[in-house]
Design a protein around this ligand. Structure first.
Ligand code: SF4
Ligand code: SF4
Length: 412
């Protein structure tokens, strides 16, 4: 596509990135077929091609309106369009630039600004989030069904093995996951411990920054990235082999630290090193498959259960990781049910389910319909956001797949 950027953006770092991406788009429209918001709303401006056109207009000098902002806000950042695009258009990077420019020009009302600030602080600060969660859990039994379904019952973490192996890996604890589902990271530590790897956490690390980044607060997102980089580098220097992600939404963000901090002279190199060392837990276990197989999973009643697996967009489209989880679960003895429309987003998408509840709920219903069609007894996924979003609409237990693997290896 030809471009003619406005003087304000031509030859700027963001302008150059945007222009390169825009020029790759040939307007073929293949991406419309897999875009969840286009599938639901049927409006070209709620499709990747339509949003690309809107952003091109802004970069060429057009004045964006609240309507422009709405079409960009409705994007789930699922990046399904990137997987589909035959021309390699890096839509996610363009959207980051486009949303920032539009926010600068259009702004937001006081109520919307306050809601977004509350979400960023409330969800991104474990102390605040855990305190609020505990209050919610203590009155959960008294709440109406719709509210109750959004607050998971309190769970125990289970044992986290002491770090006694020479091989060590770091884990990102995450901001909401340890409160909502403390067993996920503990289960990861137990699985890795069985194959001779100790999992440790850096106490100074915190939220990955994805919440702020996707709420258009780039500076807060980068501040979180710099804090985590400083927390993790000494551990890598001391021999930690990798930084393990158990939430694919965090994984895609940390793998992007190198890109996001590429122009920061003090952090570019450090950030690239952190991103290169970051692995989803499925990547680690696929590489360690021989050690895992030697453990010969115990006969477990769990493997008699039919499992429907939902691959999060941040895993399959963001990190381009497909098939690994399915192979690990099958090797462990699980039977996976066939699931249609695996490529489509469930509607969770970070804070999207709170900010765009109508679209999010339609996508959740469609995803659950597909997942439940094979009559599974359990639903497995790889991201805390998808897990809680899907669980709020289903009576079938929704769990992180690594918990299932842990239980089979333990013979439970
Ligand atoms: S983003 Fe890719 S698939 Fe979509 S219109 Fe552009 S070139 Fe075609
Ligand atoms: S990121 Fe997802 S919702 Fe956004 S345009 Fe691409 S496919 Fe559509």
């Amino acid at each position: 596509m030809q471009t003619n950027l406005a003087d304000a953006y031509r030859n700027t770092p963001d302008g150059e990135v945007a222009e390169r991406i825009l020029r790759n788009c040939v307007h073929c429209g293949f991406c419309l077929a897999t875009c969840p918001t286009y599938q639901i709303l049927g409006n070209e401006l709620d499709s990747p091609r339509g949003r690309i056109y809107l952003m091109k207009q802004v970069l060429e000098g057009a004045t964006p309106t609240a309507k422009t902002q709405l079409h960009l806000d409705r994007c789930l950042t699922c990046r399904n369009c990137e997987t589909t695009c035959p021309s390699g258009v890096e839509y996610g990077k363009l959207l980051d630039i486009g949303r920032h420019l539009v926010e600068e020009k259009v702004g937001r009302g006081a109520a919307a600004t306050a809601t977004r600030a509350a979400l960023k602080t409330g969800l991104g600060t474990p102390l605040l989030f855990n305190a609020a969660l505990k209050i919610g859990q203590s009155v959960r039994g008294l709440l109406p069904g719709s509210m109750k379904s959004r607050i998971p019952a309190a769970e125990a973490a289970g044992n986290w093995p002491a770090a006694h192996h020479p091989r060590r890996m770091l884990v990102l604890q995450g901001c909401v996951q340890p409160g909502l589902k403390p067993n996920i990271n503990a289960a990861t530590a137990r699985v890795l411990d069985r194959i001779g790897i100790s999992l440790i956490a850096a106490s100074e690390a915190g939220c990955c920054g994805a919440l702020a980044h996707h709420l258009n607060d780039a500076e807060d997102g980068l501040a979180a990235a710099r804090r985590n980089i400083e927390a993790w580098l000494p551990h890598l220097d001391a021999g930690a082999e990798a930084i393990v992600m158990t939430a694919s939404g965090c994984g895609v963000m940390v793998k992007d630290y190198g890109w996001l901090l590429r122009d920061d002279a003090a952090y570019a190199e450090k950030a690239a090193r952190i991103s290169a060392a970051t692995r989803d837990i499925s990547e680690i276990l696929v590489c360690e498959a021989a050690a895992l197989k030697s453990l010969a999973p115990h006969a477990s009643p769990l493997t008699q259960k039919r499992i429907a697996y939902h691959p999060p967009c941040t895993l399959q489209h963001g990190q381009k990781l497909t098939g690994g989880v399915e192979a690990l679960l099958t090797d462990a003895g699980f039977e996976l049910t066939p699931v249609a429309e695996k490529h489509l987003c469930c509607g969770s998408a970070g804070t999207y389910s709170i900010l765009q509840p109508e679209i999010a709920n339609q996508l959740k219903a469609r995803k659950l319909g597909n997942l439940q069609a094979g009559q599974p007894e359990l639903i497995a996924t790889a991201n805390i956001g998808c897990l809680t979003h899907l669980q709020s609409g289903s009576n079938i237990p929704v769990r992180h797949w690594v918990e299932l693997l842990d239980e089979v290896l333990a013979g439970l």
